[in-house]
Design a protein. Structure first.
Length: 274
């Protein structure tokens, strides 16, 4: 059952706890009240929320204000709507993306391992094609503009819910005419990056990532089934490896990976440098 505190009491408590001369919009205060109840487990996953009309009556505000409050919570991924059934609290199950160990564990792709650890069923959609390296891709892979690369578009799912959408590029100067030229074909198709490149004599030694939180594009909202206004986490990744018998680090993959922020948790274990 949904449980609510009185709106007036909530406002008074907030103003005493956090003095602020700026007036917080009513819809933000209502969203904050419901948000706290979700995080305090007063509202449990899959609980059905009252309609906008019921919220309007309960909080003594207009229907538009109540709808705006619901839109805020929906954009944060805390609630979701089912046509003809109502609005429900989202079950906050997230995949845990742990670094740096994720890059060096086993032969399976990392998204498979992360979904299985969360006791969720992984699924992937992908497409690979040959293209000429753009300026940005060439710089990340230490190539010349126009050099051939394999571009792969990947969308991952956990329990049929989209989690990430990415573009990745591998230099065909390294992979062309080898058993791993197509990331998803052959004896090593579908394996993790480190395992695939190990098959042709390369060892992954370094992964560089830049993490950016930003607004989702229209295309990303569609691919990840995100509500309007929901943010995404973008990881810009470059993977470097050494060839057997050599010491030079060489970029073997660049990737731009976009995550739905309400479906992923970033975990970093950082040892003291020696």
């Amino acid at each position: 059952m949904a449980i609510y505190t009185r709106y007036g009491a909530t406002c008074q408590e907030e103003s005493m706890a956090r003095p602020d001369h700026r007036r917080v919009p009513e819809y933000e205060r209502i969203a904050g009240d419901i948000r706290r109840q979700i995080r305090d487990s007063a509202l449990a996953p899959e609980d059905r929320l009252p309609s906008a009309a019921a919220l309007s009556d309960h909080y003594g505000v207009s229907m538009i204000t109540a709808k705006n409050a619901m839109n805020v919570l929906r954009s944060e991924g805390l609630i979701y709507g089912v046509p003809g059934k109502g609005t429900f609290v989202t079950a906050q199950r997230r995949l845990r993306r742990s670094a740096p160990h994720r890059y060096f564990q086993g032969s399976a792709p990392t998204y498979v391992l992360e979904a299985e650890r969360a006791r969720m069923q992984p699924r992937v959609e992908h497409a690979t094609s040959r293209m000429a390296a753009t300026d940005s891709v060439a710089r990340r892979l230490d190539l010349s503009v126009g050099d051939d690369v394999a571009e792969t578009t990947t969308r991952t799912f956990a329990d049929d819910r989209p989690v990430s959408w990415s573009y990745s590029w591998e230099p065909l100067a390294i992979t062309a005419n080898t058993e791993i030229e197509d990331p998803h074909a052959g004896a090593h198709g579908g394996k993790g990056l480190a395992a695939r490149f190990a098959a042709i004599g390369w060892t992954v030694e370094q992964v560089e990532e830049n993490l950016i939180i930003r607004d989702a594009t229209t295309e990303e909202r569609t691919a990840l089934a995100l509500p309007l206004g929901a943010p995404v986490a973008e990881v810009r990744q470059t993977v470097r490896a050494v060839r057997d018998g050599q010491d030079d680090l060489v970029p073997i993959e660049a990737a731009d990976i976009v995550f739905a922020t309400d479906r992923i948790e970033f975990n970093y274990l950082m040892d003291r440098p020696h």
